[in-house]
Design a protein around this ligand. Structure first.
Ligand code: ADP
Ligand code: MG
Length: 241
């Protein structure tokens, strides 16, 4: 059994009369310690996929397993614990508390955790040992995003989920965030990363999933970037490369 298993996962949103299948039957596995990069155009269902894996959104049908536990059958209470203790989530916008220092932002999040890592130690791990007492407004976007990564890591998650973590950053700040992610991957963290950073995907991903219209269109090792088979994937790569 794989660490993460998606089986025929469907997510339908209803808006009045209209139904949108944001994820329209996805099946894939993630092994422990793998770095999976999910790519695809806007509206492909990437965020929906992460939200279901992160326990923030329930699937309409199908099963989602993590480490042998069926997330898709969890009660609300189980989901609350799952989000708190098992999942590290990093979003495009870092959402730090503006009147708390970097250290206090990480400590605040650790308060809901049973046995958190030391906030100063994780901030050092993301290269911010010298920035502990700075407020978010005194940090660059890349540094703020690294605080957000530290905040998630302090909870000792089983898996880290990243939803376009560098999309809001100035181009010169993207590299420092990707480097922190790379070092996490090297330490064996299981990671699912939604990103348009194709170079990063090619260099560090164990698996790439290209999705469009809520389905997996093409999937494989990083070599599929240089040798795409599906026309939709080829077309997408031409636009982002
Ligand atoms: P991506 O992250 O790849 O851009 P999303 O997962 O955000 O795609 O969205 C996939 C599809 O589902 C889109 O058509 C989007 O409009 C729709 N969708 C996403 N979230 C909701 C929601 N809460 N209610 C209704 N439709 C939604
Ligand atoms: Mg999205």
């Amino acid at each position: 059994m794989a660490f993460v298993e998606f089986r025929d996962v469907l997510k339908v949103y209803r808006m009045g009369e209209v139904e949108v299948a944001a994820v329209d039957g996805m099946t894939f596995d993630i092994e422990r310690g793998e770095l999976v990069v999910v790519v695809g155009p806007s509206g492909a269902g990437k965020t929906t996929l992460l939200n279901m894996l992160g326990g923030m959104d329930a699937c309409s049908s199908g099963t989602i397993m993590l480490d042998g536990r069926e997330i898709s059958a969890f009660s609300e209470k189980e989901l609350t614990y799952y989000r708190r203790y098992d999942i590290g989530f990093v979003f495009q916008f870092y959402n730090l508390v503006q009147n708390l220092t970097a250290l206090e932002n990480v400590e605040l999040a650790s308060q809901i955790c049973k046995d958190p890592l030391d906030a100063g130690t994780v901030l050092k791990q993301v290269g911010l040992g010298h920035r502990l007492d700075n407020f978010p407004a005194q940090l660059s976007g890349g540094e703020q995003q690294r605080v957000a990564i530290a905040r998630a890591l302090a909870m000792k998650p089983e898996i880290m989920l990243f939803d376009e973590p560098t999309s809001a950053l100035d181009p010169e700040l993207v590299g420092e965030v990707l480097n922190v992610m790379l070092s996490l991957a090297k330490e064996g963290m299981t990671m699912v990363v939604v990103t348009h950073e194709i170079g990063f995907a090619r260099e560090v991903a164990d698996q790439i999933v290209f999705m469009d219209g809520g389905v997996v269109v093409e999937q494989g090792g990083p070599e599929i970037i240089d040798n795409p088979q599906e026309p939709r994937f080829k077309d997408f790569l031409q636009h982002v490369l």
